[in-house]
Design a protein around this ligand. Structure first.
Ligand SMILES: Cc1cc2nc3c(=O)[nH]c(=O)nc-3n(C[C@H](O)[C@H](O)[C@H](O)COP(=O)(O)OP(=O)(O)OC[C@H]3O[C@@H](n4cnc5c(N)ncnc54)[C@H](O)[C@@H]3O)c2cc1C
Length: 578
């Protein structure tokens, strides 16, 4: 194909505007390359924008601020155990070395500023090299006003907002769920700040204080605006253009018009997973599986994986996902059950009324437990989170506030109509409502209550790991994750095997190059994020274990494509500012 047949020429074409894609475009630009981001939907940010925005970064520069030491050896020892031999050593090394470098780069050169989550432990803190906190970092809040007209193009989610409206950071969320005096002061500040933003309130409900994933992608987008790096919305990559075995560009559909875009230095696939593609899920994953129990971005339907395959890319980990238990908010919103599953006074049971896993374990493990226990004679899909009146009074449940703030009588609209919260005056009556074996549930609760009083879950070890206790109630002793279920009425919600996105995709090397069936790189083609097979293998090392890699391998891919991988200097640097 000669030059005249191209509609647009750039150096580095990035497909997808999540955290990995925007980081890569920024870095390519700073190393003297022309970069272009194409985004299929009418919003930028993808699942990254809808997410908690946390990054898991060993040896990150914020660890020292909170007095947590770390080293390359500790991080590698930890990751080798977590990934169980599934991931090559050179990719683990690339991650450990590249992640902290990427963070230092962004904080020095862009508007991305991060803060430590000092007590958010690794998900397996007891493993050798595991840490009790601070490898997880989160974006500092940002103002949507700084994005000007682009603020309305930001992808947001209902989850992670107070009362579905107000932004809060991960550190603030952990403080709020303690329901201490400080929590109430914080809540008051959140409410007052939100309602005093009168110009914004006159316009609508959207909070101008961006936090979590919205802050991360807002900061990245603003950094691209500083650099005049174009982000074409409503532009889907449809085909890769290959010349003499090298990927040299893509055909995109821009607001309905097909354009050929040449990429002189490379194409990066950063288009997310296939969580919303039912046919692919059914083809590759364990059953039962669905495209509605996911919390991922609706536009992530596996396009990047298909494009990479068309260029000869090999696939791995397609049967896996970043699993997490969810409950469904009618009609089809998957609400992550991160806090609820470990707070004391609740258990998760199957149709036989029996527990089957440590509910407070890392969310990937809870869903693997659901699948493992899913016996036709006593299905654990869906499972039920069962709790008593004290729990309901004290802690949030999905979108519901604790009943001391939001009594059952104030549950309205779609939740009430759909019978979201099941309630009964006895365990037996609750079991009958759920179609769960009543004798089984009563026996389970009796046994669990004895264990809770003793503070030791001899069946599944709930509350033994520091991670289990991150979301727990320190007022409950001797084990802050365990309290007996004794006070009527009793409640339940349904639990499904949801996910944050899929994690299988194109096989890549330590430079984020897509590898073919023969293990050799496909020239000109890179992949990062959930369209690539995860560097974390089948596991999840800590909060931020998906966005950290997506941004790190975006950073690595850009440097490799523009020939900067072995140099340290950059050619163009934009303002580092709030
Ligand atoms: C509620 C929630 C909370 C989460 N919290 C965290 C957290 O705190 N930390 C963490 O590490 N992970 C978290 N995750 C998971 C994390 O958000 C994702 O794993 C990660 O953001 C995926 O990044 P990505 O770049 O691969 O995809 P995305 O961020 O989804 O970006 C992909 C983009 O590509 C676009 N696209 C798709 N196809 C095309 C195409 N053909 N052409 C052009 N564009 C295309 C999509 O529209 C999308 O905008 C969370 C997820 C959810 C849903």
């Amino acid at each position: 194909m000669d030059d005249m047949t191209w509609d647009h020429t750039t150096d580095f074409l990035v497909i997808g505007s999540g955290g990995g894609g925007m980081t890569a475009a920024l870095v390519a630009h700073d190393h003297g390359a022309r970069a272009l981001v194409v985004e299929k939907s009418d919003r930028f940010g993808g699942s990254t924008g809808m997410s908690g925005g946390a990054l898991w970064v060993p040896m990150n520069p914020h660890m020292a601020e909170v007095g947590v030491s770390d080293s390359r050896d500790e991080a590698l020892v930890y990751l080798r155990q977590v990934t169980k031999g599934k991931v090559s050593e050179d990719r683990l090394v690339a991650y450990v070395d590249g992640a902290a470098e990427m963070v230092r780069y962004l904080e020095a050169k862009s508007r991305v500023l991060l803060a430590p989550c000092p007590t958010y432990p690794d998900y397996y803190p007891e493993y050798e090299g595991g840490k009790p906190g601070a490898r997880t970092i989160e974006p500092r809040p940002y103002s949507a006003r700084k994005l000007g007209a682009h603020a309305k193009e930001l992808r947001r989610s209902e989850q992670g907002l107070v009362l579905g409206r107000m932004g809060l950071t991960a550190v603030e969320a952990a403080t709020l769920v303690k329901f201490s005096f400080v929590s109430y002061l914080l809540m008051l500040w959140i409410l007052v700040r939100y309602w005093l933003d009168i110009p914004a309130r006159l316009k609508g409900k959207a909070d101008n204080r961006l936090t979590l994933g919205t802050s991360l992608v807002g900061r990245l987008r603003h950094s691209l605006l500083d650099r005049d790096v174009p982000v074409w919305l409503e532009t889907a990559a449809e085909e890769l253009v290959i010349e003499d075995g090298r990927v040299v560009g893509a055909v995109v559909s821009r607001q309905g018009k097909r354009l050929r875009v040449r990429a002189e230095k490379g194409v990066l696939l950063a288009s997310g997973g296939f969580e919303r593609n039912r046919a692919m899920r059914e083809q590759y994953q364990r059953h039962p599986v669905s495209d509605v129990w996911t919390a991922g971005n609706p536009h992530n339907v596996g396009d990047g994986i298909r494009l990479g395959q068309s260029a000869g890319g090999a696939l791995d980990l397609m049967d896996d996902a970043w699993w997490t238990p969810v409950t469904m908010i009618p009609p089809d919103f998957a609400w992550l059950l991160v806090v609820e599953k470990s707070m004391p006074g609740s258990i998760m049971v199957n149709k036989a009324g029996r527990r089957f896993t440590n509910e407070a374990a890392p969310y990937v493990d809870v869903v693997n437990g659901m699948y493992a226990a899913n016996d036709p004679a006593a299905p654990s899909i869906p499972a039920y989170l069962v709790f008593d009146a004290r729990y309901r009074r004290s802690y949030p449940v999905g979108p519901l506030g604790p009943s001391k703030l939001q009594p059952d009588s104030q549950i309205g609209g779609r939740l009430k109509k759909a019978g979201f919260l099941k309630k009964a005056s006895s365990l037996k009556a609750l079991a009958e409502k759920l179609g769960v074996d009543a004798a089984g549930l009563e026996a389970t609760v009796q046994r669990f209550n004895e264990q809770a009083r003793a503070g030791k879950d001899t069946d599944f070890g709930r509350g033994e790991s520091l991670y289990d206790r991150y979301y727990s109630d320190p007022k409950i002793t001797p084990n802050s994750c365990l309290a007996p279920l004794v006070e009527a009425p009793f409640y339940a919600i349904e639990v499904f095997q949801g996910d944050l996105g899929t994690k299988g995709g194109l096989v890549t090397d330590a430079s984020a190059r897509v590898l073919g069936q023969d293990g050799a790189p496909v020239p000109g083609l890179y992949a990062t994020g959930n369209c690539s097979a995860a560097v974390m293998g089948n596991s999840y090392p800590g909060a931020g274990g998906t966005i950290g890699p997506a941004m790190t391998f975006g950073y690595i891919a850009a440097r490799h494509a523009v020939g900067a991988a072995s140099k340290n200097s950059t050619t163009t640097v934009a303002t580092a500012a709030e």
